[in-house]
Design a protein around this ligand. Structure first.
Ligand code: ZN
Ligand code: ZN
Length: 395
């Protein structure tokens, strides 16, 4: 048993990973994954007292090569400097278009999560939070779904080089397919992804039958939810699954992805989760890190396309959870005033007055929503039951 108290002790503030390179990961003004989220998001974290402590710089080619094919890295580099590079390997027109400096910007996202993990492994901090990270769709040889290099998978790979068992918790509304694929055959990496079902949403994967390869069977866990699932299904499913899986797997490090696109207001998906539930999920992850992993916890951002009402509050909840601080009763008036005009301009007004949402995000709660929530809990029960049959406890 690790000699760690259940109740987290006060600690220095978590390491906030953010810097000038963060906003260079930019597919252009009409792309949904906009660096505008750093304006609203980082200013809210700073209003809460957070100070960026680690500026992302590019991971080296050798480090990227732990999880990506060399030919793919070379292709991204070429596309990065040459606008006439033919579309290939997911880089091109569509979700993940090339842009000038794409390699450096993408390698810096990867480097931010990697150095955050290294700070944790050295014991400099217990928790680190990299809001610009969480690019979980990138594959070994292919860009996908706004993701070029897979920073969560790289941070996990770094912890694995120290032989630590890693639990990866993916809360983004989309399946964490890249992280699952990259660590598919590693029994030392437990991935747990809760997401809108691939029957209704990109990337079309993430079903309970995807269990991992070879000796890793049972270490890849998927909780696909029906459209319309809200906080009353999403959060209980996590509360049911995560502690049980952590107890069986006994992680030594936790990496989590806090995509905010499961929110009811998100324009790209169809779940009805609230910031309240996202905050509770972050606190659950924090408690698991202390219970099992000596406090070692790297949190990343992820998707999230309502960058005024949702993303900043979702990040603030992660930050407050990692700081072991209560949620303030209201958002800072100065912060609301700073972004009110932009929020109006982009159709995401008004700026929210509280960190938490009204129940069900203030939306009517109808019979189909209730059925989706009940089904989420049932899916979690079934999936965890099946996983416990095949996932061995560590030797
Ligand atoms: Zn903690
Ligand atoms: Zn997403």
């Amino acid at each position: 048993m690790p000699n760690v108290p259940d109740e987290p002790a006060p600690q220095p503030a978590p390491l906030l990973v953010y810097g000038p390179r963060s906003t260079t990961y930019d597919f252009g003004p009409s792309h949904p994954l906009t660096p505008r989220r750093f304006g609203t998001g980082i200013s809210l974290l700073e209003a809460l007292g957070a100070v960026p402590g680690l500026s992302p710089e590019p991971a080296t080619d050798e480090e990227l090569g732990w999880i990506h094919d060399d030919a793919y890295i070379e292709h991204v580099k070429r596309a990065s400097r040459d606008a006439d590079t033919p579309p290939r390997a997911g880089v091109g027109p569509g979700d993940t278009p090339r842009f000038d400096g794409m390699h450096e910007a993408s390698a810096a996202v990867a480097g931010g999560s990697l150095r955050g993990m290294e700070a944790i492994l050295r014991g400099d901090v217990e928790h680190a939070f990299h809001p610009g990270g969480g690019l979980h769709h990138a594959m070994p040889g292919r860009a996908s779904g706004f993701c070029v290099y897979d920073d969560p998978a790289l941070a996990i790979a770094r912890a694995r080089r120290d032989d630590l068992r890693v639990m990866y918790i993916d809360l983004d509304v989309h399946h964490g397919d890249g992280v699952q694929a990259i660590h598919w055959s590693d029994p030392g990496v437990l991935t747990v992804s809760i997401h809108e079902t691939g029957l209704a949403l990109f990337p079309g994967t993430g079903f309970p039958e995807e269990l991992g390869g070879g000796a890793a069977v049972g270490t890849k866990v998927n909780l696909p939810l029906d459209p319309g699932t809200g906080e009353r299904g999403w959060l209980p499913a996590l509360e049911l699954a995560l502690p049980t899986l952590a107890e069986r797997f006994r992680p030594e490090v936790i990496v989590s992805q806090h995509g905010a696109d499961a929110h009811a207001f998100d324009p790209l998906a169809h779940l009805n989760v609230t910031t309240t539930a996202m905050g509770a999920a972050a606190r659950l992850v924090d408690s698991l890190a202390h219970r099992w992993a000596g406090g070692r916890w790297l949190a990343t951002g992820g998707g999230g396309y309502d960058v005024y009402r949702v993303v900043p509050r979702a990040w603030a909840h992660v930050w407050l959870a990692a700081s072991h601080r209560d949620v303030p009763p209201s958002t800072p008036p100065g912060w609301r005033a700073q972004w009110a005009a932009d929020a109006e301009l982009y159709g995401q007004a008004p700026m929210p007055e509280t960190f938490d949402d009204l129940p069900n995000a203030g939306l009517p709660y109808r019979a189909p929503d209730e059925a989706a929530d009940a089904r989420a809990i049932r899916i979690a029960e079934e999936v965890v039951g099946e996983i416990l049959k095949v996932l061995p406890a560590p030797a």
